[in-house]
Design a protein around this ligand. Sequence first.
Ligand SMILES: [Mg+2]
Length: 136
Amino acid sequence: MPYPEKKGIFPHKRIRKMTIKEAQEAVDQWIKEYGVRYFSELTNMACLTEEVGELARVIARTYGDQSFKKGEKPNLGEEMADVLWVLICLANQTGVDLTEELQKSFDKKTKRDSERHKNNPKLSEHQEDKEQDNKN
Ligand SMILES: [Mg+2]
């Protein structure tokens, strides 16, 4: 769907780079301009679950054993963006700063898992399998 030809967030240029903070601000501006108001938190939670399901369907058909039905398309990026959009809506309406929370998540994972994955033989075995597959 083309972006509306109207005075708005990015009226004359396509998004090239955007920080998470800018994404939160842009979604907020879009909601105010075109969405009237945010759906309730519970509705958006249901929407997020729906979008995660749509993403799962594409992944099941692309990387899993399922095949695409007639008319379906491998729109992986579109479904990821849909998930991100609703997550940003939920963050905005609940006052969550995703930049700050992502930094905390990096800090937590680094502290907790800095050696854990390096010492997981399953990960290196899987990597060796992938490298072998690539050679064949
Ligand atoms: Mg979707």
